[in-house]
Design a protein around this ligand. Structure first.
Ligand SMILES: [Zn+2]
Length: 252
């Protein structure tokens, strides 16, 4: 089954062609979901990448909607850069260095958006996820994960070393991680009303931000106003009660 749609777009500055993929919407429910909202499908982030750095001329530009005429499904007749050349600025998600490079990219983008709140929200949310990437798969460190048989002992052992490195770096960057979450919270609070499509997800995001900031009372206060208990909400509440502040795997 083809999980992705392929598209092509052109750098507005130098005209270079870029090829990319976007996950088909019907595949999203087959994805892996984390408590901070980051969703992966086949290890690819399902959130469309709105900031592109051209691999040919380094110019960076925004793509808000992956629709015609910004993108086309028609393959260009000239050579093009494939997705790996520009996807998340060519960083490697699997190394601590790559994750740190991603954070640096977002810091740089934040400085050039002229107080545009929509853009700031997008960048800060992805930056939050990038910090969390350092500890996102810490659950794989535990012995019980080895016993699931998903990794051989050698792979597990090497992965464990990487997870520990990520955790150390996360601890080191904790102040700036908190600072970004605080700014994200300010952007989200009061942004949507119950009539907005984004309202419910923004409330869950606010609860999760409070939890990860270690402000469990605030998180619980909002949880008490929600009568619906989905698997996701029940899980967050459990972690709030345990006073756990790490990102966790919800489903997948
Ligand atoms: Zn270019």
């Amino acid at each position: 089954m083809i999980k992705y749609d392929t598209f092509y777009m052109q750098c507005p500055k130098c005209g270079a062609w870029l090829e990319g993929h976007i996950v088909k919407s019907e595949m999203v429910n087959k994805s892996i979901l984390y408590s901070d909202g980051k969703t992966l499908n086949d290890n690819y982030i399902t959130e469309p990448q709105k900031i592109i750095v051209c691999p040919s001329c380094s110019h960076w530009f925004w793509v808000n909607d992956y629709k015609e005429p910004v993108v086309t499904s028609k393959k260009p007749e000239v050579p093009y850069y494939n997705w790996n050349h520009w996807r998340f600025f060519g960083i490697h998600f699997n190394s601590v260095e790559g994750r740190l490079a991603l954070v640096s990219h977002y810091k740089q983008f934040l400085q050039s958006i002229d107080n545009d709140k929509d853009k700031e929200l997008y960048i800060r949310r992805l930056m939050w996820w990038a910090y969390n990437d350092l500890v996102r798969n810490n659950y794989q460190m535990h012995l019980r994960y080895l016993f699931t048989g998903k990794m051989s002992f050698n792979v597990w052992r090497k992965n464990r070393v990487k997870q520990i490195q990520g955790r150390m770096m996360f601890k080191k960057l904790h102040d700036e991680y908190l600072e970004n979450m605080k700014a994200l919270l300010v952007l989200l609070k009061g942004r949507y009303t119950p009539d907005d499509e984004e309202y419910e997800s923004s409330i869950l995001e606010i609860i999760e931000l409070y939890r990860e900031m270690g402000e469990y009372e605030e998180a619980q206060k909002i949880l008490n106003t929600i009568s619906r208990r989905t698997h996701y909400i029940a899980y967050i509440e459990k972690e709030v009660k345990k006073r756990h502040d790490f990102v966790f795997l919800v489903a997948g």
